[in-house]
Design a binder for this molecule. Structure first.
Ligand code: ZN
Length: 286
């Protein structure tokens, strides 16, 4: 039985991001493990949602447990850090945050999970952290560093946004980044002002600049058909009720937020993508 390890920063990244892919592989008998960087305790939550929970972390753990059940995950694990806000948010430098932790410490914790779970493939954030969240960027860097520690891999970022391997000492699990399809986003950024929405001030906290994000190109190497799992992805996303986007009535925002329920997109870092290779349709060379 194959094992897939997903390393993302927050409880909800697994569902809002590659949820359809996780559901698909779990359905096909792959052991899908989620290694979550933080418990999402700094996230903003409407006060009435906290009824019955000791704190935000407890609420978000319950939401993640609900999503894990929908996606049929084999296990949920935690790196044990506190989360931070977008760049410049006040508590970002606080002790115990993923943001403030030394890179090698985070990489060491990730490496020990990789050694224990022995995954065939790993999914993490891309070098831009998807939409630029510092916790996402940190986990990307720490996972790349874990590959250096475990397999002696020396990475080189190519001008086109793909990664190559300069040298390595041992074979490594396949490595993918979950990515936002930029073509769709570029279209959204043009359409939003027509609907009197500011694409530079997007999201629950209005701190997401979609114009900048649309300029961060990471080439798609892998496109997974998740149409049959769209309902499960939606159910898992619904579990994270406290993290839903505010403008529920706005179709374009909802459309953008869900990205695409038909296909999910990835960039393969290992084994390195060879120029001219055809688009992959799975994570295991399938
Ligand atoms: Zn996140």
């Amino acid at each position: 039985m194959a094992t897939l390890l997903v390393i993302l920063a927050h409880p909800d990244d697994e569902s809002f991001g590659p949820g359809g892919t996780l559901a698909k592989y779990a359905h096909h008998g792959v052991a899908v493990h989620y290694l979550c960087g933080t418990r999402g305790e700094s996230g903003t939550v409407d006060a009435e949602r906290l009824n019955g929970y000791a704190d935000v972390a407890e609420l978000r753990m319950a939401e993640l447990a609900c999503a894990a059940k929908e996606l049929r995950l084999a296990g949920v694990h935690f790196l044990g850090y506190r989360d931070s806000g977008m760049a410049g948010a006040p508590h970002n430098g606080m002790e115990g945050t993923l943001h403030a932790a030394p890179l090698d410490e985070v990489a060491g914790r990730i490496a020990s999970f990789i050694e224990r779970l022995r995954p065939d493939a790993i999914i993490t954030h891309d070098q831009y952290g998807g939409y630029g969240h510092p916790d996402h960027v940190k986990l990307h860097q720490a996972t790349m560093r874990a590959y250096e520690l475990l397999y002696g891999i020396e990475w080189k970022l190519q001008p086109d946004g793909l990664w190559s391997v300069v040298k390595q000492n041992a074979p490594a699990p396949r490595l993918y980044f979950t990515i936002i399809p930029k073509r769709l986003l570029k279209l959204g950024v043009r359409v939003m002002p027509l609907l009197r929405q500011d694409p530079r001030r997007f999201g629950r906290n209005k701190d997401i600049d979609l114009v900048q994000i649309a300029s961060w190109d990471v080439p798609v190497t892998t496109r997974i058909d998740t149409r049959r799992y769209a309902r499960i992805k939606q159910a898992a996303s619904d579990c994270h009720a406290s993290q839903q986007p505010p403008a529920r009535g706005s179709r374009i925002v909802r459309f953008l937020f869900r990205r695409n329920s038909s296909f999910e997109y990835f960039a393969r870092a290992y084994p390195p993508y060879r120029r001219g290779e055809k688009l992959e349709t799975g994570l295991f060379g399938d």
